[in-house]
Ligand binder design. Structure first.
Ligand code: GLN
Length: 499
């Protein structure tokens, strides 16, 4: 049984992960997939990868878990899907997510919530927004899965489901064919049960794509590679690797919302690092406390602009057509046209009706919030202020790392002081319980889940959540390793040596 085997393997690493359940999990229990190619899923040839349903694919619809795109067939593969296919990966299906990637618990989905496979009978959240991708890997339904990560959507579900979730430096993996939520933050993320498979997928996808104007150019990529080779760590043994590494412990990453039972596994990781010869350094990132609010102001502003393209006309033809026909029929049989049937006189009215019916509550909330922050009255106080916080957060990170940000500096300067990585808990708690209806408690609750993950997103930094044991409720805990922009190879090496 793949799942038990995997848990046994994880148990070797930190000595705490044990199986909570016997037998394997199938998709109907967890609702991870929204479409599946059964032939490929059951094929003995090639390895299986699942792709989040906000990434365009030729062979499946791409719904973004939104009613407004329920019939959207892009007809082409995103660059990442073509790259995976060309390397022999079988795309076995598309995975459930929060609508357009907006959410932290995978409950804002037109396909219903994803159930965490760790123990489906407890009906806990798989995390979001890439909950289906994380759950598919955790349940052993595929070897790897692709998600997106705008503010934590790969790291948070990975932590809740007990697997690895890696968000590379912003701009490394092509977003051509990835449906935009907030472009300045959006990254493609990779899920796997071990660091080897995540690195392998990353190597396939880490290429310049001329179709994506934000794709990092080849020179930057070469400098990344040569800096990694020069550091000579790639072939180092575990012990000698860690003895070269300084790990920063950020004092601001212990907010009052943090469940103290998670600290046990964080301390276990610190102990392990010390045993292996790493240096632990307390660091301060003073602007962390403003990051969450800045993130929601900026991501909603970008979202409101990105969502403007959906009017329900192009891809959801059926719904408005039906309403129109009902109106004609009413008039034909001499019924007075009801209020709702006469309401949509202009195209704008029609779009408003389509968007009201086609977008779920969370997307509508973001559109309203984002539109507001971009109005003349609010722009300075909210949008610009959030942009200022964003650069302060970036400066905080750059001031603690040994390595310079490769996007900014032309020299390969690696200082003597500073840290290689930052280590913090990935989430403030283990997977939350889903309510009877599958709906979240309050919006604020779900926004707070992102408090640990958004700072690295604002700075565009690479970050991975790796399983680190269990909380007091016997559910998985993840710790996150964050590196400087461009240190992705080093970061993946650290993940391999830690798991
Ligand atoms: N929960 C965050 C949001 O709703 C992050 C989502 C994401 O990373 N896609 O914006």
């Amino acid at each position: 049984n793949v799942r038990l085997l995997e848990k046994a393997k994880t148990a070797r690493f930190f000595g705490t992960l044990t199986s909570s359940r016997h037998g394997s999990v199938n998709n109907s229990e967890i609702n991870a997939f929204v479409s599946v190619n059964d032939n490929l899923a059951n094929s003995a040839r090639g390895r299986r990868v699942a792709i989040k349903d906000n990434i365009c694919t030729k062979d499946f619809l791409t719904t973004c878990s939104s009613s407004i795109l329920r019939t959207f067939d892009p007809g082409y593969d995103a660059t990442l899907a073509s790259l995976l296919k060309s390397r022999g990966w079988n795309i076995i299906g598309k995975t459930n997510c929060d609508e357009f990637g907006m959410g932290s618990l995978n409950v804002y989905s037109s396909h219903g919530p994803v159930i965490n496979p760790w123990n489906p009978s407890e009906r806990r959240s798989a995390g979001g927004s890439s909950g289906g991708s994380a759950a598919a890997v955790a349940a052993g339904l595929c070897e790897a899965a692709i998600g997106t990560d705008t503010g934590g959507s790969t790291r948070l579900p990975a932590a809740y489901c007990g697997i690895i979730g890696f968000k590379p430096s912003h701009g490394l993996i092509s977003r051509w064919g990835v449906v935009s939520y907030a472009d300045s933050l959006d990254c493609v993320g990779i899920f796997g049960k071990d660091a080897e498979i995540v690195s392998e997928v990353f190597e396939v996808l880490n290429v310049h794509d001329p179709q994506d104007p934000t794709s990092a150019n080849s020179q930057v990529r070469e400098r990344m590679q040569s800096q990694f080779v020069a550091s000579k760590v790639s072939n180092m043994s575990e012990k000698s690797f860690w003895s070269t590494v300084r790990v920063g412990i950020p004092l601001e990453y212990f907010p009052h919302e943090l469940d103290p039972s998670l600290l046990k596994s964080y301390k276990n990781v610190l102990r392990l690092l010390l045993q292996r010869g790493a240096q632990l350094v307390p660091i301060s990132l003073p602007n962390t406390k403003y990051a969450l609010s800045a993130y929601y102001a900026l991501s909603s502003a970008e979202a409101s602009s990105n969502m403007a393209r959906y009017n329900g006309k192009l891809h959801g033809k059926l719904y408005p057509l039906l309403r129109y026909q009902i109106r004609i029929l009413r008039v034909a049989v001499g019924e007075p046209a009801s209020e709702s049937s006469t309401r949509h006189r202009t195209p704008i009215d029609q779009y408003a009706a389509n968007r009201t019916a086609g977008f779920g509550p969370e997307v509508q909330r973001r559109v309203l919030l984002g539109t507001y922050t971009l109005t003349a009255d609010a722009f300075d106080n909210y949008f610009l202020q959030a942009m200022r916080v964003r650069s302060l957060v970036q400066q905080d990170f750059s001031s603690v790392f040994k390595m310079a940000d490769l996007r900014e500096s032309s020299e390969d300067n690696i200082g003597d002081s500073g840290v290689d990585f930052i280590l913090h808990l990935s989430a403030i708690r283990s997977a939350p319980q889903l309510s009877e209806t599958g709906q979240p408690g309050s919006e604020i609750d779900s926004y707070v889940q992102d408090v640990m993950t958004v700072p690295a997103s604002l700075a565009g930094l690479p970050a991975a959540s790796i399983p680190s044991g269990l909380a007091d409720d016997d559910w998985p805990v993840g710790v996150s390793i964050v590196g400087q922009w461009g240190s992705d190879h080093l970061l993946l090496k650290a993940c391999k040596e830690l798991t």
